[in-house]
Design a protein around this ligand. Sequence first.
Ligand SMILES: [Zn+2]
Ligand SMILES: [Zn+2]
Length: 317
Amino acid sequence: MENTSTLAERLPWEQPWWRPAPGQWATFGYLISIHILSLIGLILYPIPSGSIFVVALSLLLLGGLGTSVCYHRALAHRTAKLNAVVEHILIFFTVFNGSGSPIQWTANHRHHHAQADTIDDVSSPRFGGFWWAHLRWLYQWPQSDPRRWSPDLMGNRYLVWSTLQPMLVGGSLFWGLLVFGWEGFFWIGPIRLMYALHMQCFVNSLLHLSPDAPEHTDSSRNIWWLGPLQLTAWGENWHRNHHQNPNSARFGWTTWQVDMGWYFLMLLEKFRLVKDVKRPRTLRPREKGAHSNARLERRRPRSSRHSTEGRVQNPTA
Ligand SMILES: [Zn+2]
Ligand SMILES: [Zn+2]
């Protein structure tokens, strides 16, 4: 399972793209299937009906919130503690969006932060290039070991989602057929899943694509135009902000840096459905156009100023 020490020896990106790693055939088959089916669907039904589009879009929006708010901010970085019901609803829609189980996603992501910008960062484009970082690492290298990277999630509360994942992804792919017929199948199934996949994969590929950055320097980027395409995961596109301050639940540092996940967290906080939201005390180094740290500090509610900052352990920081 472990994959920290052998990347430099094996250089897996030099393999042909169509050769999955042992044990990764199911992932490879899934990726190939949704792409072929999406292509067929776009040829047969280039424009979906209104109701089918609304259903597909709603699932994308809920899955985007689940990935960004629950998996990334709450579970992987522990920058917020979600109400258990909200957490599991979000996990459901994230698994349903094809984003994987919470345990495996968290393991992969913490591993990425721990090894970022070295040859052991398996999802980096620095050595393997764009397509390696975008898709190929998902099936041409073993996933990060949850026993090492997400042991805090190994209880039944999260393990159950790993068990349910194949059934949920199968249901996610096919249930549109039962309700809406073939047009529903293609748009609510493979086309939606392919869109969700690529929007998330851009975080590893495009948002780390800095060919001129020397090794061991931060390759992460903020790309404004990716945000609207990521729908409710809009906020993940401020990835440089995030790498510079992974202990903050807030990714957008300025008013104009739209961060849907942060707004959602603020809404949940109003209804007491989240606690221990970690706000940035300092932002470093100061980004061009970023507001001052003092301004961000002023915005923190009084109740949080004695807060959680520095108290909650972040295994990735
Ligand atoms: Zn992160
Ligand atoms: Zn990153």
